[in-house]
Design a protein around this ligand. Structure first.
Ligand code: GDP
Ligand code: IMO
Ligand code: MG
Length: 429
């Protein structure tokens, strides 16, 4: 029963999309289990780039069935746009390859409006959200005011639900200084969403358990990363779901006993988009090298990503909270040309050495970083496909990451293309 959860170990954008695409070549099913269109997973095949926000990154392989699980919050417009783009690209020839859980909640226009108005109201204290309505939608789910994908298949129920909710939502919008949303227009748009999506909306739990019973190879695709987890991240500068591996079970409807491996994706350095603490952030020429050479621009919002050295404190925290059994180190090629590398192995807070993640962001106010220096390498490594061919300095660097995190390396990624990686072991085994 070789099933694996794939998660990000930093602040998102670790290259999960690229790695899931590679692993999907031998998977039967890929299930997204949390988050929404705040995610941007970039996959490049033969020079052609696809950016996936809601559709699992296994969709580019014809062999692979994809499921948007119950834990995901779905923006129907965004999803329809994505499906159309995939079809135009010649990728989604068979509609049956994409299933949407009828239990997944819908991100409706008022969620996006509330998200954006609230950010504006917070001013300097804003989270820097993607403005995609993610927080407000998960709030409604917890408040039991949400609308689920299944209701798009029963339009009478959808309409009834919206009639109950709309006045509450419009009051919220007005309190934030925004303009009311027109219910009739929303219902008209929803008819279109229903037409486009209803053939995909199914009891996904049923489908997933049939796959498990058949012994299919299943990948659970995480979005964001451990440091954006609502419980284990840098609260309140986080997203609104459990991004850690534990979320895969609740977000797809399987028990922990269905899982064999947890593959942690980690960038060879650190990035973050949006606001909030980032201890190893660099505001110098090295930060600029990482940003420019790494092409570190947000796939969803187009914002420049903040960049910094590898932080082993957050990596260890992510390894623990996810139960990572193996690592994929991405973007190692981006470090080529840097003479000296630094790896942060601890923080000193109020004169006291700390090797684990503090839970409060207040602790970051007076933080001193404990760095280990490591030599860099000159040569371009992007065409290397065998571990033995890497420069010794690159080998030492990745081995040090593996040691501090305490997990073996399954793969090293050295470029954007599907084949630009060094396979070390089978991540399913
Ligand atoms: P995700 O959200 O975790 O799927 O990551 P994103 O797709 O948002 O960001 C990762 C970016 O790095 C994308 O533009 C990828 O094409 C690119 N990328 C992934 N792996 C590598 C790598 O090993 N080297 C380089 N140079 N780029 C990579
Ligand atoms: P992938 O899956 C990077 C960040 C936002 C913001 C915070 C809250 O591509 O790795 P939200 O819109 O979720 O309420 O914003 O979380 N964020 C991401 N950062 N990658 C992502 O997804 C992200 N999804 C959300 O920038 O700081
Ligand atoms: Mg991304």
């Amino acid at each position: 029963m070789p099933n694996a959860i794939v998660v990000g170990m930093q602040w998102g954008d670790e290259g999960k999309g690229k790695i899931i695409d590679i692993l999907s070549a031998t998977a039967d099913v890929v299930i997204r289990f949390q988050g929404g269109a705040n995610a941007g997973h970039t996959v490049v095949v033969d020079g052609k780039q696809s950016v996936l926000h809601l559709v699992p990154s296994g969709i580019l392989h014809d062999n692979c069935k994809c499921v948007i699980g119950n834990g995901v919050v779905i923006d129907p417009d965004s999803l329809i746009g994505e499906v159309d783009a995939l079809k135009e690209g010649g990728y989604l020839k068979n509609d049956e390859r994409l299933s949407i859980s009828d239990r997944a909640h819908l991100v409706l226009p008022y969620h996006k409006v509330i998200d954006q108005l609230r950010e504006k109201q917070l001013g300097k204290a804003s989270i820097g959200t993607t403005g995609r309505g993610i927080g407000p939608c998960y709030e409604d789910k917890a408040a039991r005011l949400g609308v689920r994908a299944g209701e798009l298949k029963r339009f009478d129920l959808f309409e009834e639900r919206l009639n109950q909710i709309m006045s509450i939502k419009n009051k919220q919008i007005e309190d934030l200084g925004g303009d009311r949303i027109d219910l009739d227009k929303l219902l008209m748009d929803a008819k279109g969403w229903s037409e486009s999506l209803k053939s995909h909306i199914v009891d996904a739990e049923e489908f997933i358990h049939e796959s498990l019973d058949k012994g299919d190879k299943i990948l659970f695709e995480g979005a964001q990363g451990a440091m954006l987890d609502i419980d284990h991240g840098t609260f309140p500068f986080v997203t609104s779901s459990n991004t850690v591996a534990g979320g895969a079970c609740a977000g797809s409807g399987v028990g922990p006993t269905a899982i064999d491996q947890v593959v942690g994706i980690i960038k060879a350095y650190t990035t973050r988009v949006g606001n909030g603490p980032f201890p190893t952030e660099l505001d110098d020429s090295v930060g600029e090298h990482l940003q420019v050479t790494g092409g570190e621009v947000g796939a969803t919002t187009g914002r420049k990503r903040r960049c910094g050295w590898f932080d082993a404190v957050i990596a260890k925290h992510a390894a623990r909270t996810n139960g990572v059994t193996q690592l994929v180190i991405t973007k190692l090629d981006v470090l080529s040309g840097l003479k000296n590398l630094k790896l942060c192995t601890g923080y000193r807070i109020d004169g006291k050495e700390v090797r684990t993640m503090p839970s409060s962001i207040k602790s970051y106010d007076n933080i001193e970083l404990i760095y280990e220096d490591m030599p860099g390498w000159e040569d371009d490594i992007s065409s290397i496909r065998n571990y033995d061919d890497l420069p010794n300095e690159a080998k030492s660097y990745v081995q040090r990451i593996s040691d501090v995190v305490g997990a073996p390396i399954a793969m090293i990624s050295v470029g954007v293309e599907r084949d630009a990686h060094i396979a070390m072991r089978n991540p399913f085994e």
